[in-house]
Ligand binder design. Structure first.
Ligand code: GLN
Ligand code: ZN
Length: 781
């Protein structure tokens, strides 16, 4: 017997699948790694804090994998994915697997220490030498972040970890029919960065292919009959070089192991224009994201060989809505007449919360419209069953699904006639401030009376353990509303007093009442619901619980005016009103799929507009509307950028243009390169924009200089992600660099981002240095 009381190699945990059968199977591309109750997250954080041993960590994560397989099998999968689990990130796993470990980490002996050092830097393993972690960036257009592999000229790869084989064997031992999932060699190289030397990552393909060949042989030897290789890079703008790399790699990989079939997997966009070339390559199957690109199916059916298997990504893997089963079944049955098929989600379910069942807090009317991973797998099973056994076998389920979708389509909960009417009447005048910036600027100067190089912060002050504890106590009913509020008032008052003392020019209330910049507004707006446990991984152990936008959005009542007014009454200096912008609220939520995203965004913008106007009426001279997610909403293909940027910019303008000329609108953006969208940033027409620049030593600013960006800018002068306290000198040097590309009268002085993750003993000296640097600069010029 195996470790969990299951006969090794037994097939009794498989549903319908038999090797070599022509059954249409339900399968998956990947699953959450976190565990139903975020066991992985908790274990990782305890491990990093030295509270549990390596063995304990591995025991928890082994259990999480087993539970994930069991849940998927019970929900109806015939073949479960394996090697989709990761202790941090699957791209990092791939880097380690092929031996792409940058030299600086080589001196770390322990495999796991080295792995986490690559993910988080070496500070985290108690080492004095400070090894910088790999860079982190967004996985395509999702909110998942991967670690960027580093490549060196002439780099040689070798198979350095057997994780895919080990996890395959683990699943097999437990009795699961499993299919290993790999990041493909071309996507892996494309996602990396070349360090030094004149070469591109794809130049290294020749050395990488043998590693994959060896791995595939080992997987075959271990008993795998299929392997899923992900090449989502094809959903981006693909040049000829990339297509040639695909051809080179797969003509070799497909030929090594005739017994091991490759499911070539793409998602997040159309690959229609590549299908003909792909179909000539020796893989056995092709996965298509038919949620994002339904049109690809017809092309594939016309093009592929008869022995090919098409994996139909019919269930949305990255949103929370129930599938239209009747439609999916029609598509699947039609396709099955022309090809062998499998039923799958559009992409990995890594991007979906796990289970809807425990979500008792969601309005039942809305809840029935939703499907999390487990429910999505049940849908896959129904679709597969229809293909295998005919509609009648699951007609009741399809009827039930139809009834629910009808209720959703006709629900008054999604539809607010006032919102629709208002959104339909938005005129051009609502998208423009009363006057141009050069007219507004002197009016604002007169009203606010700020010095040159005004100093400010981005909004939040430290969310200390105490603040979080009080919030938890309030949420659990231990603390009354009044007690909690008087506590928040004390913190706010303290923050205002301290900002005055240190000499900041424009103050903030500190955002102590907010847990999260999107959730806070979602909870106050109509059209949103919240799950209790709908977590999805953002990076490493960090998870987010996006709000779900199900209906027309509007404001119930003013959302932030009371706090802003309270803070303003404490001081003579201007206090900024603080809002999250429409694009960011949209981007960091699960968005309804029954109307265009642009329309949902416009509705949010209208609600924010009302708030901005109310803040102004309440006496706020400055209102900041944060849009850190503006850039990450960009579509994967450049041809789709202009349409997105148009509606995104218009949403910001709609939100911000309801105020008088003398009211100053700020915006804030972080984690972002600005060069390629600088004209859109200018079109926002915010009076002041604060941006993250310190980590790039103000290099990011060059775009603003070259573009002759007209409005005011606060280039971040220190990195808030690090506990390091900057010196006045450093900040002055950065500001002088900024002065090389910007006009004196254009520059604001502020940190890179909000300070909520920092401690007060870090924030105080850092901001004191910042204020001193601004004063020194004023004197010297
Ligand atoms: N105002 C927010 C804060 O200071 C902005 C956060 C962000 O840009 N991500 O926390
Ligand atoms: Zn920020």
């Amino acid at each position: 017997e195996g470790p969990f009381g299951i006969e090794p190699g037994s097939d009794r945990r498989c549903n319908t699948y038999k090797k070599g059968s022509r059954m249409t199977i339900a399968t998956n591309l990947g699953f959450s790694r976190m565990g139903i109750n975020r066991e992985t997250k908790k274990a990782l954080e305890r491990y990093w804090a030295n509270k549990i041993t390596t063995n304990e960590l591995l025991e928890v994560t082994g259990q999480v994998r087993q539970e994930a397989w069991e849940l998927q099998r019970r929900a109806g999968l015939d073949v479960v994915p394996c090697n989709d689990f990761s202790l941090y990130d699957h791209v990092l796993d791939t880097a380690v697997m092929v031996g792409a470990v940058p030299e600086r980490f080589e001196k770390i002996d322990d495999d796991l220490d080295r792995y986490f050092a690559m993910a988080r830097g070496s500070r985290c393993i108690g080492d004095k030498t400070n090894l910088a972690a790999l860079e982190m960036t967004k996985w395509f257009d999702t909110n998942y972040h991967y670690l960027v592999p580093e490549f060196y000229e002439g780099q040689q790869f070798r198979l350095s970890s057997m994780k895919p084989v080990e996890e395959y064997l683990e699943a097999k031992q437990l009795g699961y029919q499993a299919r290993p999932v790999l990041v493909g060699p071309v996507t892996f190289l494309s996602l990396g960065k070349s360090k030094g030397g004149q070469f591109e990552p794809l130049d290294l393909l020749d050395s990488l292919i043998p590693v994959y060949e060896e791995l595939l042989s080992k997987l075959h030897l271990a008993g795998a009959d299929w392997v899923r290789i992900d090449e989502p890079c094809l959903a981006m703008d693909t040049d000829e070089r990339t297509m040639e790399a695909i051809e080179q790699a797969y003509s070799r990989l497909g030929a090594v192991n005739p017994g091991l079939k490759i499911m070539f997997t793409t998602y997040f966009g159309s690959i229609g224009s590549h299908i003909e070339r792909l179909s000539k390559l020796p893989f056995a199957g092709l996965h298509l994201d038919l949620v994002r690109a339904p049109e690809d199916l017809e092309i594939a059916l016309k093009t592929i060989r008869p022995d090919f298997t098409l994996s139909l990504g019919l269930v949305d893997g990255r949103n929370v809505w129930r599938t239209d089963l009747e439609h999916a079944v029609d598509v699947a049955i039609e396709a099955s007449k022309h090809a062998k098929i499998e039923i799958a989600p559009s992409c990995s379910l890594l991007h979906s919360p796990i289970d809807l069942e425990g979500e008792t807090g969601i309005d039942l009317n809305v809840r029935e419209w939703l499907a999390f991973s487990k429910q999505k797998i049940e849908e896959l099973a129904i679709i597969a069953k229809t293909v295998n056994s005919g509609r009648s076998s699951v007609q009741d389920k399809i009827d039930e699904n139809r009834a629910i979708l009808d209720r959703r389509a006709h629900s008054e909960l999604t539809f607010d006639p006032d919102v629709r009417k208002r959104s339909g009447l938005i005129g051009h005048d609502m998208l423009n401030r009363q006057s141009a910036f050069h007219v507004r600027k002197p009016l604002q100067h007169e009203k606010l009376g700020l010095p040159e190089f005004p100093t400010t912060t981005i909004g939040s002050f430290p969310q200390t353990d105490e603040v979080r504890k009080k919030r938890a106590e309030f949420e659990s009913g231990k603390l009354s509303h009044d007690e909690y509020h008087s506590y928040l008032k004390e913190r706010t008052t303290e923050a205002i007093r301290w900002q005055e003392e240190v000499g900041l020019d424009v103050l903030v209330h500190g955002e102590f009442e907010r847990k999260d910049m999107v959730e806070h507004f979602g909870e106050l707006l109509k059209g949103f619901v919240f799950s209790k446990n709908g977590w999805v991984q953002s990076y490493g152990s960090r998870c987010v619980k996006p709000p779900i936008i199900y209906g027309d959005v509007s404001r119930r009542q003013p959302m932030t005016t009371a706090w802003t007014r309270f803070a303003q009454a404490l001081t003579d200096r201007p206090v900024k009103g603080m809002l999250t912008g429409p694009v960011t609220i949209l981007q960091w939520s699960f968005v309804r799929d029954d109307q265009p995203r642009s329309e949902t965004c416009r509705q949010i913008a209208l609600a924010i507009r009302d708030e901005v106007v109310d803040l102004e009426a309440g006496g706020a001279g400055i209102v900041q509307i944060d849009e850190p997610a503006l850039r990450e909403g960009l579509p994967l293909r450049k041809k789709d950028w202009p349409v997105y940027l148009r509606w995104a910019v218009d949403a910001f303008r709609l939100a911000s243009s309801g105020v008088r000329d003398e009211t100053q609108i700020h915006t804030h953006m972080c984690y972002c390169e600005f060069n390629d969208i600088i004209d859109s940033i200018a079109e926002l027409d915010a009076d002041v924009i604060s941006i993250e620049t310190s980590r790039s030593q103000m290099e990011l600013l060059s775009a603003f200089g070259e573009f002759s960006y007209p409005n005011d800018i606060g280039p971040g002068v220190y990195d808030i992600h690090s506990p390091r306290i900057p010196t006045q000198d450093e900040i002055e040097t950065l500001l002088r660099k900024a002065l090389e590309v910007l006009r004196n009268d254009q520059i604001w002085v502020n940190p890179d981002c909000g300070l909520k993750t920092r401690r007060w003993d870090e924030v105080k000296p850092a901001l004191a240095a910042m204020v001193a640097a601004a004063r020194a600069l004023r004197k010297s010029l």
